[in-house]
Ligand binder design. Structure first.
Ligand SMILES: [Zn+2]
Ligand SMILES: [Zn+2]
Length: 143
């Protein structure tokens, strides 16, 4: 994909620039990601934290994941767009929701995690590897 690239929330109060290629990306069907998206899954792109510059105010809501690690989910306090995740167990990494990219077609999901929690009405690309819970390196920092 084209580097650097930009993105932001629906109302434009939060904008970001990414100066490195994503490490990986995928869909997560864990219960937290369902709640955070309001539907069957959230999609995440994993990046080095140092490659992301955020402008504007982001609010983080923190809760423990299955792993016990604290997950911080960042959203725009004005429009509520879910944008980012941080995982206390994965310092140095940062996760972005790819629909917030200015060009979301650049997202290339590599896997589905927490597929065991997925709903029958949320079928994802069967060609992607599906993991019942988390593979060794999580794409969402979530779970
Ligand atoms: Zn906003
Ligand atoms: Zn998840």
């Amino acid at each position: 994909m084209k580097i650097p690239f930009e993105g932001g929330c629906a109302c434009g109060a939060v904008r970001y620039t990414v100066s490195a290629a994503p490490i990986m990306g995928g869909h997560c069907q864990c219960t937290s990601c369902q709640k955070a998206s309001g539907t069957g899954h959230s999609s995440h792109v994993m990046l080095p934290e140092s490659a992301v510059t955020v402008r504007g105010t982001v609010r983080y809501w923190e809760s423990p994941a299955d792993s016990g690690n604290l997950i911080g989910r960042g959203f725009c306090p004005s429009c509520g767009t879910p944008l980012f995740s941080r995982n206390a167990g994965m310092p140095g990494f940062f996760f972005i929701r790819p629909a917030s990219f200015d060009d979301p077609s650049q997202f290339s999901p590599a896997m589905v995690v927490y597929a065991s929690r997925g709903h029958a009405w949320d079928k994802l690309d069967a060609a992607l590897p599906h993991f019942a819970v988390m593979p060794p390196t999580p794409p969402g920092g979530a779970g």
